[in-house]
Design a binder for this molecule. Sequence first.
Ligand SMILES: [Zn+2]
Ligand SMILES: [Zn+2]
Length: 312
Amino acid sequence: MKCSKCLEKSIVFRRDSNTHLCESHFVDAFEETVKHTIEDNNMIVEGDRIAVALSGGKDSTALIYVLNKILSKRKNISVFAITIDEGIKGYREDTIKSARNISEKLGIDHIIVSFKERFGLDLDEMIEARREAPCTFCGVFRKSLLNMTAKELGATKVATGHDLDDEAQSIMMNYLKGDIERLGRFAPRRLQPGLIPRVKPLKDIPERETALYCMVHGFYLKMAECPYASLSFRSDVRDMLNYLENNFPGTKKSTISGFSRISNLLADRYPPMRLSSCEQCKEPCVENSCKACQLLGKIDSSRLIASSRSQS
Ligand SMILES: [Zn+2]
Ligand SMILES: [Zn+2]
């Protein structure tokens, strides 16, 4: 099959626009989409210092590559990378190595911070201590550590690699759980004290295109999935949406566009919460202590119970 724009061989078919694209036209289209997303949503402005959450997987690798390319000519905007090491044996080591490689290749400052250093336990240990869904823990601690680190390093924005598939999944998960309040707060809102604003420049790019973008730039990421991923609700929602998208193309986009139409209505019903700062760690939170500190407290108490049982 030939590219719809030139005579080269096509490497991707975009079903929504009914176009076949060769490698160079795909790269152009990908980068144009990201530029539009950034501009239309006013995601990045002069003077920004952007912390890219770089897991080392395909989404964040594509993100740092494209941001570096788009922003390299803008003198007043800087980009650096933060990698969070959650401590997941047999999985994290490889992704950290990839994160380090891409940062070095692009000449971007790269900081690695770990759950163990900051919270005293890594994810594997947290899960041992408390039988809860690993992704609940991981999400809370990752978010908190990312915000703290970005703040300490003077970032004005945190950019994450969430793509169109992730967005559709998050929206659908909230619908399916009936969590309309959370759904209402999913859209980006006004600035909150102590929280570095998050931006998602890849939110209009389908997951398979982030993988392809990495591949054409020589970052072929043949990586294992997180060993805990299959235990999450998200992974079932992802399979369901992929099935629907296959049979009914456009399902993911319509999930997102439908949400953006109701999110304005929900904004009045669920205004942004007033945040205070956590009594223990000073991170912004809704109650007196943040979710990370609450979970750490629960882990501590269940460890105490476990150790007193083993002594008696
Ligand atoms: Zn072409
Ligand atoms: Zn806290």
